[in-house]
Ligand binder design. Structure first.
Ligand SMILES: Cc1cc2nc3c(=O)[nH]c(=O)nc-3n(C[C@H](O)[C@H](O)[C@H](O)COP(=O)(O)OP(=O)(O)OC[C@H]3O[C@@H](n4cnc5c(N)ncnc54)[C@H](O)[C@@H]3O)c2cc1C
Length: 321
């Protein structure tokens, strides 16, 4: 691991100033970024980590003005155990509860969760052994190799790594807004279709608040996740839904470079009585555009993920009954 300068900051302005000096990155809980630094997965790692944990204002979790305001330093445990979140924002509480293990949830933050890097075992391999297209290399190794956990909705700029956040689809289904040090953006538009980064944040920009409108009476939300190890694992596919009052917002993740709204499923279920048949039909609609990568040599393809995605959409909808 390279030597890294560690700077503590106590204000958002100080964080932005440190990041503006260049070749620096935010550290919050550190569960994602430190793993990448130790593995030396990037050929251009940051030289400075800007520790935002001393910024007291970023740990808020409270309902105010018809919305839930969440500081980015709120831990996943705090979210999962908050009675307000559990009662009114069920998809978000369940998503937080299902992230990784208790130890990681105690340390990992919501800000770090939505800003974490995409996952692909070629991209994440130690010491940059696969200098893939995501790091400026010539090709996406996963399109030619073992892509059993990769995008089923095509590539962005040739890359089929997936966004693995459990929190992101819950925020999108609940129509949340992300407030940064520079702008306010719908959660749906926060994620970047870019090889070099997973969010729209500039190098000197940080998330300072997440705002989730309190769901109107009659709207219910749910989050479901399929993972290989049930107790402690990234999602193969997850899905969040918020349905009621003739409206529906459904979002899948783990299936594409970005969290993917299942608009076809939303159209299918809006204003319809939720039952097994209508939820199944919406699941089928959600995968209409899905495509598996072909089997290459001995490598399995990701065809199985399409059926999982269909089932996740169906179960998330049934969870909103
Ligand atoms: C073994 C293991 C299992 C995991 N399982 C899951 C899982 O099941 N589901 C899941 O969703 N995730 C999982 N994760 C991923 C991730 O570690 C956690 O989701 C955690 O929430 C990340 O938060 P953090 O505070 O530790 O982020 P950090 O590691 O501190 O930061 C992650 C990224 O976010 C940036 N960042 C952090 N805060 C901000 C901010 N306020 N503004 C701008 N940028 C910011 C950092 O610069 C960095 O790029 C897992 C990680 C590990 C190591």
């Amino acid at each position: 691991m390279n030597d890294i300068k560690h700077v503590n900051v106590t204000t958002v302005d100080a964080a932005v100033a440190e990041l503006g000096k260049g070749n620096a990155a935010v550290i919050a809980g550190g569960t994602d970024i430190v793993q990448g630094l130790k593995a030396m997965l990037s050929p251009n790692p940051p030289e400075t980590l800007v520790n935002i944990k001393p910024i007291a204002d970023l740990s808020k979790l409270a309902e105010e003005g018809g919305m839930l305001k969440i500081g980015p330093l709120t831990t996943l445990t705090e979210l999962a155990e908050s009675s307000v979140v559990v009662t009114k924002y069920a998809a978000l509480a369940e998503a937080a509860r299902r992230v990784a293990s208790p130890e990681l949830r105690n340390v990992g933050t919501i800000g770090g969760n939505i800003c974490q890097g995409n996952r692909c075992w070629y991209y994440r391999a130690e010491h940059d052994v696969f200098h893939c297209i995501r790091k400026g290399g010539p090709l996406c190794n996963a399109t030619l190799g073992d892509n059993r956990f990769h995008s089923i909705f095509g590539a962005i700029a040739g890359c089929i790594a997936v966004n693995p956040s459990d929190i992101a689809p819950a925020l999108i289904a609940l129509n949340a807004t992300i407030v940064t040090s520079k702008q306010t953006v719908d959660a749906e538009n926060f994620f970047a279709a870019d090889l070099e980064k997973t969010t729209i944040l500039d190098d000197d920009e940080i998330v300072i608040e997440i705002q989730v409108p309190t769901p109107a009476a009659g709207i219910k939300s749910a989050f479901v996740k399929f993972a290989i190890r049930k107790s402690f694992d990234f999602p193969v596919v997850n899905c969040a839904a918020a349905i009621g009052g003739g409206e529906a917002r459904i979002c899948l993740n783990g299936v594409y470079n970005l969290p993917r709204r299942a608009t076809e499923a939303e159209d299918s279920i809006k204003g319809v009585t939720i039952d097994t048949a209508s939820a199944e039909a919406a699941g089928t609609a959600a995968i209409a555009d899905a495509m598996a990568w072909p089997v290459t040599g001995w490598n399995p393809s990701n065809k199985w993920m399409i059926e999982i995605a269909k089932t996740m959409v169906k179960r998330a909808i049934l969870g909103c009954q």
